[in-house]
Design a protein. Structure first.
Length: 417
């Protein structure tokens, strides 16, 4: 009996000793919760204690088998703080503290009210600032503030102004004009030269009140797209290189002829006609109202040209109801014609024969016969006269014979010697 009671008392005593040792080796992990301000009506945050790590020993286990449990990573060791859980990790049944957003400043207005941030006006560029500064009643309705994309060579400017105001318009290509104001509205069609590429233009509209005070300026952007050229027309009459007589039309001292030029083209397009005198070179031009191609694709126009060799050149281009070009001008089609009758051939009159002038005949004068001197057979020069005596010849012959004899004797003596 005594042994049974001792065993019953020893088991609880061992358990108490083990728990006391565990508490001594594991300091409290509880930290004092810092006070948190809360909004009215919000639930106060609840501090979460660290979970208990003590394990209830099995009643059937022996005291000797009871060993202290090792601390888990969640518990941490002495001196290590336990991180507070994130808002997303709040245990079930507890309320997270509310999130407080930074206050947004409100923009005051003149009447004491406020504007929300989306309603506060923002000026994006200088043009918008000028438009915002324009006087009440002054407005440009075309082109719009977003700009205009033009498929033709021109822009129509419209708007409203107070009664009696004046409006001037300036385009960035150098065009400037004063718009016609009817009552409180104005409208002006301004032509712009077409181009084969896109061109960006600025249109500035300036208004002044009836007393001359400025109402402001408004700037608009116009982007003109590149355009294609029209097809060249065809001249069917007269034929290139032909001769036309035409009707005689008096024009001062110039012999002028009138005749008709015709051909085909694109229906509705306008013709550009150029005239040029090649022979004689004379300044000339068309100078009449534009000619349009008919709905059937044909056209004809009279021209006036002086007599001579002339050149007729014609191109065509498309325009809309506002007079704006919708195509580039085409290439020119040209013909050369002889206007008036063919010039008469130039006939050269035969020239009169030159007169023959005969030299006068001069009578021959009396000719005195020359004396004839007979030639001698002697090779010596004739030094004597015809009146020499006969003995002189005999004397000369004797001297010659004596000389020859002397020569013969000298040769004989030389041989003997």
């Amino acid at each position: 009996m005594k042994n049974t009671v001792s065993a019953a008392v020893a088991l609880p005593t061992a358990i108490v000793i083990a728990l006391g040792g565990l508490l001594m080796t594991t300091p409290a992990a509880h930290a004092e919760t810092a006070p948190v301000e809360q909004a009215d009506g919000a639930a106060a945050p609840v501090a979460v204690d660290a979970p208990s790590v003590a394990a209830e020993p099995d009643a059937a286990s022996d005291v000797g088998d009871a060993t202290p449990a090792e601390p888990s990573p969640e518990e941490g060791d002495a001196g290590t703080a336990v991180e507070a859980p994130d808002a997303e990790e709040v245990p079930d049944g507890e309320v997270a503290p509310p999130v407080v957003e930074a206050p947004v400043a409100e923009a005051p207005v003149a009447d004491g009210g406020v504007l929300t941030p989306a309603e506060v006006p923002v000026v994006e560029d200088e043009a918008a600032a000028d438009e915002a500064a324009a006087a009440p009643g002054f407005e440009v309705t075309s082109p719009t503030a977003e700009g205009e994309l033009a498929f033709r060579g021109g822009v129509v400017v419209t708007g409203t102004v107070p009664e009696g105001s004046s409006v001037s318009i300036v385009v960035s290509n150098g065009t400037s004009l004063r718009a016609a104001v009817t009552g409180t509205t104005f409208r002006e069609a301004i032509a712009i030269d077409p181009a084969p590429f896109m061109v960006d233009y600025q249109v500035t509209v300036t208004a002044s009140a009836a007393d001359g005070s400025p109402l402001g300026s408004i700037v608009r952007e116009v982007l003109v797209l590149g355009q294609l050229a029209s097809d060249a027309p065809v001249i069917t009459s007269p034929v290139d290189g032909s001769q036309v007589d035409g009707d005689v039309v008096p024009f001062g001292d110039t012999d002028t002829r009138r005749f008709v030029v015709s051909g085909t083209g694109t229906p509705g397009e306008l013709l550009d006609i150029e005239l040029l005198m090649l022979d004689p070179e004379t300044g000339w031009g068309y100078g009449h109202d534009p000619v349009s191609v008919g709905a059937d694709g044909t056209w004809s126009t009279p021209v006036w040209l002086p007599v001579g060799l002339a050149r007729v050149s014609i191109a065509q281009q498309s325009y809309d109801e506002d007079g704006f070009a919708t195509t580039l001008p085409s290439a020119f089609a040209s013909i050369d014609v002889r206007v008036g009758p063919e010039p008469a051939p130039v006939v050269l009159a035969p020239s009169a024969p030159a007169p023959v002038v005969l030299a006068p005949v001069v009578a021959p004068s009396a000719v005195r016969p020359a004396a004839v001197v007979p030639r001698t057979t002697s090779s010596l020069a004739h030094t004597g006269t015809d009146e020499a005596t006969p003995w002189a010849g005999a004397l000369g012959l004797g001297l010659m014979l004596a000389g020859l004899g002397g020569v013969g004797v000298a040769r004989r003596r030389a041989r003997r010697a």
